[in-house]
Design a protein around this ligand. Structure first.
Ligand code: ATP
Length: 727
């Protein structure tokens, strides 16, 4: 049904696209279409030029845009079952990582006392952690697909439990079962995830799961450092899985980390290299030839001796790229429908187990009469990786076209059904297998038309098909080209692979998003796109920001802090001085002169340890420095864990040594793309909006930005504003 609907969509889209009317720009808000002109009219009330004369009060946003700006109070409760799995919803439950270093007095004290020796020590330790991660990733390499989650983490979203040891162990066991059980899954996604978990674990010198602190690498206990290591871990995972170190580096760059720097490039490269080396060493010993380093990756697609091509072969390659894009989009469309169905109706653990059992059963059913031989079973009854190898390298007479045809159709739907089941599963290999099947069919067809030509090689076309299909599903180009090149050990074939992957991506992108992005969107994760939505320069900070702002004073009463923390879920609070008088020129209500920003986690640590002015003689003898905050990273105390008596409530806390005194701030007329770039490039969590007098008037976080998303459907596009729901 979904595939029928998809083809109808494809046709309609093409027809609408060809009638040039299709790019009528639309602003799409919470299910209401409004033309851009209408939107601009309303937003015009908030242009910087008119800011001084025309305040942007909530009424100003009534009408087309009025319902679209979501204050916390406007946030929806959890979505109803019918709304689950929608692509236009964001979950308020996801928090951001703190990539920006809080350069407060405690941090400066550490820097002053440590000196250059500390800098060198920390740098050496960084390389050591990457080395350990690489080696360990190459050794316990089986775990469950978590690429979408790793992608979110690297993008700056705190995904619960994504880098825990428990996750690693359960996925390791799960993927062994699912691969051995013959399901249409691969182990490469799990390996990438395992690299990320190991990096997160090794770099912290403690395990939260087992509540044990080894006491080292304390200086890496912050989101910035941890996320850099996770990038290196993911690259090490790709390197181990495919024997593709360069592909690993590019994977981290292309798919994951939004904030990148040169130092990180070298460390990620080093990690990928050491991972390949370790795996090679171990596999050589495992295979009985210790030290003979020619076992690059865990997946082995066999080497092509001759992968030459003629210039005119680009025609079939291009067509195969188009085919890959179409099939990939179909795969993603069906999987989207299935995932939405699962999110609505298969929520309980027992239901998930039954579904997995049904899929396993269907996968295992293969009919074969007595005395007969089933050719499809020959492809089916090996691991998917081995089947890919067979399709790449078996001789011409190995398969009948009908065998491969039937296999492709069955496997395509099965792989699609399997991805997203409640089991650890990678999607690279099953997708490559589907592509290799139809690619080989194309090769056979060419053999039929050009029987005596030397260049016709079915295996070569199977490889092109595999690349096209994978490109059409995951929409990666750069890293995938290099991974495939490194995997099959052939550089000359890089150009055709690049072209095929690029075309598959363009064609696929025309219809829907890549599979990882679809899953990320369905979970409502506030992931930041590469760029701000186009044509959004007329949306200003004053539109995007949230008001009223919950602020704290530099010296604040404990009772007030507790009330604020109880009453709000916010994680960051601007610290202000002097609430201005009514003579202020600004039309936005000011909440005081900006002095800094303090995080909820810092406040709870201060409350937990009772760092109150009235207790000064008690705590001043002990060490109140940055270590106090690091020891409780990453699971800081909740307010319930803070034990305060009624006298404590009247005490005061001096926030000055602890808040970040130089937070990033913008003025009200800053355009959305500039704000977006700040968040993207600096990995910000909170951006404070100030007026001309540096007084706080609003707050912007990741969720305020990602809710503006470009919307495409049937050849139309517009700006969509997502609904934020509460769980
Ligand atoms: P994150 O969830 O990204 O870790 P956060 O929890 O501090 O950050 P969000 O959950 O993203 O904040 O915020 C939800 C909404 O509340 C956003 O519109 C944001 O602008 C707003 N907001 C955040 N902090 C404050 C604050 N101190 N005062 C007023 N509004 C705020």
């Amino acid at each position: 049904e979904a595939s029928g609907e998809y083809f109808k969509d494809v046709l309609t889209t093409l027809i609408e696209y060809l009638s040039l009317d299709s790019f009528k720009t639309q602003h799409y808000i919470s299910g209401v279409d409004t033309s851009l002109e209408e939107t601009v009219d309303v937003l015009d009330g908030c242009t910087p030029a008119e800011n001084k004369t025309k305040p942007v009060e909530p009424e100003c946003r009534s009408g087309a845009v009025g319902n679209s700006i979501f204050y916390v109070d406007d946030q929806q409760e959890s979505p109803s079952d019918e709304n689950r799995g929608q692509l236009n919803m964001l979950s308020a439950a996801y928090e951001s990582l703190d990539y920006d270093t809080c350069v407060n007095s405690a941090w400066l004290d550490e820097e002053r006392t440590m000196g250059y020796k500390y800098v060198v020590k920390k740098d050496v330790a960084r390389w050591l952690v990457v080395l350990l991660t690489a080696v360990l990733t190459a050794l316990p390499v089986a775990a469950g697909s978590g690429i979408p989650q790793v992608k979110c983490y690297l993008n700056g979203v705190k995904v619960p439990r994504v880098v825990r040891i428990k996750t690693l162990v359960s996925k390791a066991l799960g993927v062994i079962m699912s691969v051995l059980g013959g399901l249409a899954v691969g182990k490469e996604g799990p390996m990438i995830h395992s690299g990320a978990v190991i990096a997160a674990g090794v770099s912290q010198g403690k395990t939260t799961s087992f509540k044990h602190d080894f006491g080292f690498f304390e200086y890496f206990r912050e989101d910035h450092e941890k996320r850099d290591f996770v990038s290196a871990g993911a690259a090490a995972g790709v390197a181990a899985a495919f024997g593709a170190p360069v592909g690993g580096v590019l994977f981290s760059l292309e798919e994951g980390a939004s904030f990148w720097n040169q130092g990180l490039t070298w460390r990620v490269f080093f990690g990928a290299m050491m991972s390949t080396f370790t795996l090679n060493l171990v596999l050589s010993a495992y295979n009985g030839f210790p030290g003979k380093l020619n076992y690059n990756g865990l997946l082995n697609f066999g080497k092509f001796d001759d992968l030459t091509y003629e210039i005119w072969e680009f025609i079939p390659f291009l067509l195969m790229g188009v085919m890959g894009g179409l099939l990939g989009a179909l795969y993603n469309h069906i999987n989207l429908k299935l995932t939405a169905f699962r999110m609505r109706y298969i929520q309980k653990p027992w239901q998930k187990i039954i579904e997995a059992a049904v899929v396993a059963f269907v996968t295992a059913v293969m009919f074969c009469g007595i005395g007969e031989e089933n050719a499809a079973a020959a492809i089916w009854f090996q691991t998917p990786e081995r089947s890919v190898r067979s399709l790449f390298h078996d001789t011409s007479d190995s398969y009948h076209w009908s065998t491969i045809g039937v296999f492709f159709v069955c496997y395509f739907f099965l792989a699609c059904w399997t991805y997203g089941l409640g089991i650890p599963a990678g999607l690279f290999i099953p997708t490559l297998l589907c592509g290799a099947a139809w690619g080989r069919l194309v090769g056979m067809l060419l053999c039929l038309f050009f029987p005596d030509q030397k260049w016709v090689d079915e295996g070569k076309y199977a490889l092109v098909g595999a690349g096209a299909m994978l490109g059409g599903v995951v929409r990666m180009t750069l890293s995938l080209t290099v991974i495939l090149m490194e995997c099959v050990g052939n550089i000359t074939f890089g150009l055709p692979l690049m072209i095929v992957l690029m075309v598959a991506k363009w064609v696929g992108d025309f219809f829907n998003e890549g599979i990882y992005d679809i899953h990320i969107q369905m979970q409502g994760v506030p992931i930041m796109a590469w760029d701000a939505p186009p044509l959004s320069n007329n949306i200003y900070a004053s539109e995007v920001m949230n008001r009223p702002v919950v602020t704290l004073k530099s010296v604040e009463r404990v009772g007030h802090i507790v009330n604020i923390l109880k009453a709000n879920t916010y994680n960051g609070f601007p610290v202000v001085d002097s609430i201005p008088t009514s003579e202020n020129v600004c039309y936005f209500k000011s909440f005081g002169t900006l002095r800094g920003v303090i995080l909820r986690s810092q406040l709870t640590v201060l409350l937990k340890h009772k760092i109150f002015n009235e207790n000064a003689e008690v705590w001043q003898n002990s060490k109140v420095d940055i270590h106090l905050f690091r020891i409780s990273y990453p699971r800081y105390f909740t307010l319930d864990e803070v034990d305060l008596n009624p006298e404590d409530m009247n005490c005061t806390v001096d926030l000055r040594p602890f808040y970040n005194p130089s937070p990033y701030s913008v003025v009200t007329c800053t355009a959305l793309p500039r704000i977006f770039n700040l968040f993207r490039a600096l990995g910000l969590r909170h951006l404070i909006v100030v007026n001309d007098n540096n007084e706080v008037v609003g707050m912007v976080t990741r969720k305020d930005l990602v809710k503006y998303r470009i919307w495409k459907h049937r050849g139309q596009m517009g700006l969509e504003e997502l609904v934020i729901y509460n769980n």
